[in-house]
Design a protein around this ligand. Structure first.
Ligand SMILES: C[S@@+](CC[C@H](N)C(=O)[O-])C[C@H]1O[C@@H](n2cnc3c(N)ncnc32)[C@H](O)[C@@H]1O
Length: 258
């Protein structure tokens, strides 16, 4: 089995329905959730591509009376967890989860008002494969729909690392199987499709705090996981004031003009 898939199967087995199956950084999950939520309206048919155990998919469902909500993921174990949670919460008719691959979505053309990924395309090993996933999301979204890619990007990682090296901190590296998208490459591709897009840089202040100031102002070893109060402080600031450039997580919101 593909080792990326095996990694996610294992995350689901170890962490069950917890957000940790996808990411331990609960503050980032919150910011990411808000970045998507803004674009989901009542009556929409929504597809969450790479939904993991559904932790954030359920939150989107609960925040808005959508017409339909479907989550797909290539990990059987993640989908099993999502289906168990659905049953426990009595949401049988309101949400559907199924196994599927972003590179070959099992839906007809023009099916959804909103299609989104959160940290999923980065799991595809090359830009060529990422393009296949991107095109699939465009295909299944309606022509007047929105496609949102909330992903990790290479340029802000480089900028953040240059600040870290000035402060004598070690460089951050991508998880070995991740392939962060390049903003320049994605924007060039999107310009070629003539689809209008905007970029939501929703994480720069938070990254400044949690991936730079935190290590300068405190001893990170004193705070396991993401419990350092600096993280919470910069998360709170991020909601009121954001800056640009060093937030590795960004959302491209695209009008799916066909
Ligand atoms: C970092 S997690 C993000 C999960 C979820 N989107 C969230 O925001 O919590 C990446 C997820 O993408 C899934 N994934 C990776 N490659 C995929 C693919 N080719 N097709 C569908 N899902 C994929 C993994 O199984 C994993 O659940």
């Amino acid at each position: 089995m593909n080792y990326i898939k095996e990694y996610w199967e294992d995350q689901a087995r170890t962490h069950g329905d917890s957000h940790v199956a996808s990411w331990g950084d609960n503050f980032m999950l919150d910011l990411e959730f808000e970045a998507i939520r803004k674009w989901v309206a009542s009556g929409d048919a929504v597809l969450d591509v790479g939904c993991a155990n559904g932790f954030s998919t359920f939150r989107q469902l609960e925040s808005c009376r959508v017409k339909s909500m479907i989550g797909i993921d290539f990990s059987d174990q993640m989908i099993k967890e999502a289906n168990e949670t659905k049953k426990k919460r009595g949401l049988e008719d309101e949400i559907r989860f199924q196994v599927g691959d972003v590179r070959s979505l099992d839906f007809p053309d023009n099916s959804f008002d909103v299609v989104y990924t959160t940290r999923v395309l980065i799991n595809l090993p090359t830009w060529e494969e990422q393009i296949i996933g991107i095109k699939e999301c465009f295909r299944v979204a309606k022509p007047d729909g929105k496609v949102i890619f909330s992903e990790a990007f290479w340029e802000p990682l480089m900028l953040l690392n240059s600040f870290r090296s000035l402060c004598n901190l070690s460089l951050l590296v991508e998880h070995d199987f991740n392939c962060y998208l390049k903003k320049s490459q994605l924007e060039k591709y999107l310009s070629g499709t003539s689809k209008p897009f905007q970029v939501d840089e929703f994480s720069s202040i938070y990254y400044l705090g949690s991936r730079l100031v935190r290590e300068m102002a405190t001893n990170p070893a004193d705070y396991p996981g993401f419990t350092n109060p600096i993280n919470k402080l910069f998360f709170d600031i991020e909601k009121e004031f954001s800056c640009k450039g060093i937030g590795i997580q960004q959302a491209y919101v695209i009008d799916n003009v066909k």
